[in-house]
Design a protein around this ligand. Sequence first.
Ligand code: TGC
Ligand code: FAD
Length: 386
Amino acid sequence: MFKGIDYYDIESELSPQARAVRDRARAFVEGNVMPHIGEYYRNGTFPLDLVPVMGGLGMFGANLAGYGLPAIDNLAYGLLMRELERGDSAFRSFASVQGALVMYGILAFGSEEQQRRWLPLLANGRAIGCFGLTEPDHGSDPAGMTTTAVRDGDGYRLTGTKMWITNGTVADVALVWAKLEGQIRGFLVERGTPGFSAHEIIGKLSLRASVTATLVMEEAQVPQEGLLPGALGLKSVLQCLNQARYGIAWGALGAAMACFEEALSYVEKRQAFGRPVAACQLTQAKLADMVTEITKGQLLALQLARLKDSGRLRPEQVCLAKRANVRMALEVARTARAMLGARGITDACQSMRHMCNLESVDTYEGTYEVHTLALGRDLTGIDAFT
Ligand code: TGC
Ligand code: FAD
């Protein structure tokens, strides 16, 4: 059973509710993810039969309130994301897209009718959502999107292509961002909508256990009720991204902790030059650095949760944590992979799988560079994006 690493006794800060959420998620990952993840990764599949199970465990939109949603605090939510990503980034990604991007978007910007219809279904995993923002030619700069919506009778016609969309081919509903009369608006596009199709992207060397797709809209016919009335402009998009980035800052810790635990356990047993590899000074230096960086990341995430729960969280603080914790996890995964020697390049170990996944996590939800520039702008007041 995964123990994790808690060098600074963060456990003592956890409420009984947070511990219960963490323990439930840990048991789910131990029982349902770990025995099969090697196979999912190799085959490039996500186990859709686990979606209602995750829904039943309250894993979707867990920190949201209303419509019977769990409304757990953000520390408990962070631990949930951490445990899921300890199994594989694909599971945290699924929960992020479903809860933090789609459900949050509907809750924050949807009509009451949209909320009543979709939130219970998405929460219990009886429906799957995806979030269509990125386009083939506009990733870091979504303001430049070319997908357009035009009014057509009582509804809209959407034309454009969205790319790299998690869950695109398995989603019942896509939250698609498009420009209507020049302004970015959000639309709920249902599976089966005339003019709308989704196509799986194959050949990924990262996040292989997650479904990634292209969404094509050729005058897709979206009824009036599909428009999210409250989503106006890029700011609404970025509000959704903040929620998901918060979860990623926590999730990355799970991947890092899994890699650390795997590397430590291996070097304690593996012999070289007649003694355990753990007895080598260079190995101990690696372990000391890994645990230091993970602990710093944990304290960062802990304070981020406190800021979010007290309503004082600024978007740039989320950028800092997403940027720092994902890059830290990537470094930890690379170091762990090296410590596992040749065995570390096979799927008998998990560190290289986490390492490959984290390359995507470093890129999506704002690349490392985008968050660097967001911080630079916050610190200097000078926009260096262009
Ligand atoms: P900019 O002028 O900076 O901002 C427009 C308006 O938004 C406000 N704002 C924010 N609001 C909330 N949260 C934030 N993080 C915000 N950042 C900015 C800003 O104050 C402004 O408001 P107002 O009232 O003045 O209008 O816009 P910009 O065009 O300069 O772009 C800023 C930039 C580059 C940081 C932004 O475009 C960006 O974040 N780009 C990265 C794109 C990205 O992250 N895409 C993610 C796609 S979804 C995904 O990857 C899912 S992965 C699956 C998974 O999660 O597992
Ligand atoms: P680009 O924006 O083309 O960037 C290319 C490189 O240029 C990057 O290194 C970037 O940092 C750098 N760069 C860009 N601008 C600057 C600058 N001003 N200064 C310095 N460097 C710069 N999107 C969705 O909408 N929904 C999803 O569900 C989703 N899921 C994804 C799942 C996976 C597995 C992946 C890999 C991506 C997913 N994405 C999703 C897309 C993701 O958000 C984008 O890949 C990301 O925003 C970067 O866009 P891009 O790939 O077009 O890179």
